[in-house]
Design a binder for this molecule. Structure first.
Ligand code: AHR
Ligand code: AHR
Length: 518
């Protein structure tokens, strides 16, 4: 696969320095095992159960053993060219290396997620709807790296403002017709905004009333229904309500679920529906609700319209965030046994965090960034403040509180504005990134805009002092991440801001990539 030049040079430097094989390996992508087509995909299992898929979306793998078409399309920023990303072999895994090559030294968004069912129910940029704003943003193609069966792949990373839709579908359930739905999400990436959904919704992108949608929801919104614990929960978005069971608000049978890879299921037919879930890496499904329609008027019978949404609410509400890897919609109410067989197929597919290592600058890795300025600061780490949104340095040690350790831990992401560079997502504030504003560093939520993306993208270089790494602002290339009076900025070596002071600039802008505190 393509390696940005800095990864290659970091690796060479590590090898030259005699770093351990384990650390060096962490900077390399796992060597792909020979691609092997599964004997059955999830949609073969649904078909055998008499409830065939009518929509099948995945950016990571084929959902039928015989599928050999494109999974998704990416568009690169440099020239707006597009490329379909297909499979390594029929029934197999995504050819992610094609994306790496095509998007090298620029950035890419996911423009289309193809329907593998043959019904033509592709997902593309969601248009404006009843809720404010839109058309929606497209997902950065590099923000959700994973491995599946040892093969590199990318999920669909939905920052608030991002959404996909198809309002002109073929074969999906309408009215009170029965359907099944499952999706694999990142159980650690969610929020309380409305509404990170996948499934059936209105064809007008507007709220046409109770029962006009039936989508899987994942997040910790308590605006409508909720389950036990603090969330996030798998619920059903039935329009004007996220339902965790028969009651409008609390149903304690719906547990908080946080698996890194989460199987989420909703199915519904005439006065009958269910929520099921499980760990997409191992084990079986549990049933969180199965019974009659909610005891609120308007949901029995249902008035499904059959459009398909991803990452948004029925009316194009787009405040939510989450990550999607694969999902399907069926015709007919799948049996629990069929769904259990699908879960076995999912766990056998071998989803794994793209985080192949810790303490390295590979996207997906968790790290802490240690200051190198002597004598003041060599036990200090870059961390976000709890009292405000500023970013500072402070001493972190093994006896620091869990919060302080997490505040000083970052998840390395491919650069939001340029996938050859990097962004840093907070380990304890998913969706929030290190970004500069008026040349100061803050921790802010990714709003999907291009200014934010640039303000949050830094290109790693050899440390300006000769030690460690420095992180160059992509939109202000003379400026690097620096601490000054224990607060973090982007700073040039001499300039108009106090923090551009030339004194200690090379040390203040040089950082060691350390093992993550959390
Ligand atoms: O049902 C919850 C949400 O309410 C729907 O997704 C949206 O259409 C409406 O705002
Ligand atoms: O931090 C410099 C600039 O300040 C950022 O690019 C912009 O968001 C703000 O105006």
């Amino acid at each position: 696969m393509f390696k940005p030049p800095w990864i290659r040079s970091v690796r060479r430097a590590l090898l030259a320095a005699g770093a351990t094989a384990a650390l060096a390996a962490g900077l390399l992508t796992a060597t792909a095992a020979p691609s092997q087509a599964a004997a059955q995909g999830p949609c073969d299992i649904y078909a055998a159960g008499g409830t065939p898929c009518v929509a099948a979306h995945s950016t990571t793998r084929a959902l039928y053993a015989a599928y050999n078409g494109p999974l998704y399309q990416v568009r690169r920023a440099s020239d707006n060219a597009t490329l379909n990303i297909g499979l390594l072999s029929a029934g197999g895994y995504a050819n992610a290396a094609a994306q790496d090559t095509f998007c090298a030294n620029t950035s890419c968004v996911i423009t289309v997620i193809y329907d593998q069912s043959g019904k033509g129910n592709n997902l593309s940029q969601a248009p404006a709807g009843g809720a404010a704003g839109g058309p929606d943003n497209l997902a950065n193609a590099f923000e959700a790296p994973v491995t599946v069966g040892g093969h590199e792949a990318y999920g669909v990373y939905v920052a608030p403002g991002t959404g996909y839709r198809n309002n002109n579908t073929n074969g999906t359930a309408t009215g009170d017709q029965a359907e099944g739905e499952y999706a694999i999400f990142d159980g650690t990436h969610f929020n309380g905004g409305c509404c990170f959904d996948y499934g059936n919704a209105e064809t007008s992108s507007t709220d046409t009333g109770n029962g006009h949608m039936e989508a899987i929801y994942f997040g910790n919104s308590k605006s409508w229904g909720y389950g036990s614990g603090n969330g996030p929960w798998i619920m059903a978005d039935l329009e004007n309500g996220l339902f965790s069971g028969v009651n409008q608000h609390l149903n304690s049978g719906d547990p908080t679920v946080t698996n890194r890879f989460l199987t989420a299921m909703v199915k519904g037919g005439p006065n009958q529906w269910a929520i099921r879930g499980g760990d997409a890496q191992s084990g079986s499904l549990s049933t969180y609700y199965s019974g009659v329609r909610p005891n609120v008027s308007g949901y029995n019978p249902m008035h499904k319209e059959g459009a398909i949404i991803l990452g948004i609410g029925g009316d194009n509400s787009k405040g939510a965030q989450g990550t999607f890897y694969e999902g399907v919609m069926t015709s007919g109410y799948p049996s629990d046994a069929t769904e259990n067989a699908v879960q076995a197929n999912i766990t056998a597919a071998g989803y794994n965090s793209g985080s192949t290592s810790t303490g390295s600058l590979s996207p997906g890795s968790r790290i802490s960034l240690q200051a190198t300025t002597s004598p003041c600061c060599t036990t200090d780490y870059l961390r976000h403040d709890d009292a405000d949104t500023k970013v500072v340095i402070s001493t972190i040690s093994s006896s620091s509180s869990a919060t302080d350790k997490s505040d000083a831990t970052w998840i390395v992401r491919a650069g939001l504005a340029n996938s050859s560079c990097l962004s840093f997502e907070s380990a304890n504030a998913p969706g929030q990134y290190l970004r500069h504003y008026n040349y100061e560093l803050y921790l802010n939520t990714d709003n999907g805009g291009s200014t934010f993306a640039q303000d949050a993208t830094f290109c790693p270089t050899t440390g300006n002092s000769g030690v460690g790494h420095s992180f160059q602002s992509v939109n202000y290339p003379t400026k690097y991440i620096r601490h000054y009076n224990y607060t973090a900025y982007i700073a040039s070596n001499g300039g108009s801001n106090a923090w551009d002071s030339t004194s200690s600039w090379t040390q203040d802008t040089s950082w060691l990539t350390a093992s993550p505190w959390n």
